[in-house]
Write a protein of this length. Sequence first.
Length: 285
Amino acid sequence: MKIINDFFQDKYKKKRAIIIAIFVAVFLCFSFLIYLMIKPGESCLDGKKNQNEEGIDCGGICTEKCKKIVTSDLIVAEKGFLESGAVGKFDFYGRITNPNNIFGGGKFKYEFIVKDNQGMVLATKSGYNFILPGESKYLIENNIEVKGNPYDVELKVYEAQWIEFKNHYQKPQLKVVNKNYNEIHSGIGFSEVLGLLKNESPFDFSLIKLAIILKDANNKVVAVNSTEMRTVRNGENRDFRALWLSRFNGEVMSIEVQADANVFDSETFAERNFSIEHLQDPSYR
């Protein structure tokens, strides 16, 4: 009798499993049909690049023409190299300018190319950065190993991803005050720059990079350095220090400190200052 009962129970379980599977399949098919019925069709007002559009809701079958970006290339205004103090290592710097007043480079690539007096390439160093409309800024690479005697350095900037800003955008208010240069007479290092960073922007920044450029009486760069601060709240003041371990040539007569916060990573800043078209376009991310 037990064998017979087990047989019928197994048969019942299998039948129940089949019925449940059929029910689930029918439910999924029915749900998919409903989704197809209520799914909004592609249009020139859906905020997406679809159909055969050239951009978001423009070009192709859409009557509105896509706005074309006309920009000028970034300009390399200054470049050079300095001994870092370590054997076979050098510091490279360059100053670039953005001639576009309403377009910022959300991301661009740069490359330092170091050559000897015969034009042979000794070393290269590349990276990515960003730049605001009409901004001029320094790019710095410290302690780069070079095999040979560098004679010249070339700086290339390319692959800029342009983002249109609103006419009256709010530039981050990052101020550097109380800058002081001191030679160290006791302790570790040759000299230092001390200062105070003030974040007077209505934005918090996860990372702020500081580029420090020291110049002589003829406005010639004699030393460069960099440091960074993390999680700087709006309204916060933060002390900073940049240290040079080894002696460098030249007499320091002026200090320039450039504070950089990548506003292109801030959604709050973007919503206030970028044009809507570029916020929607994934190619600008």
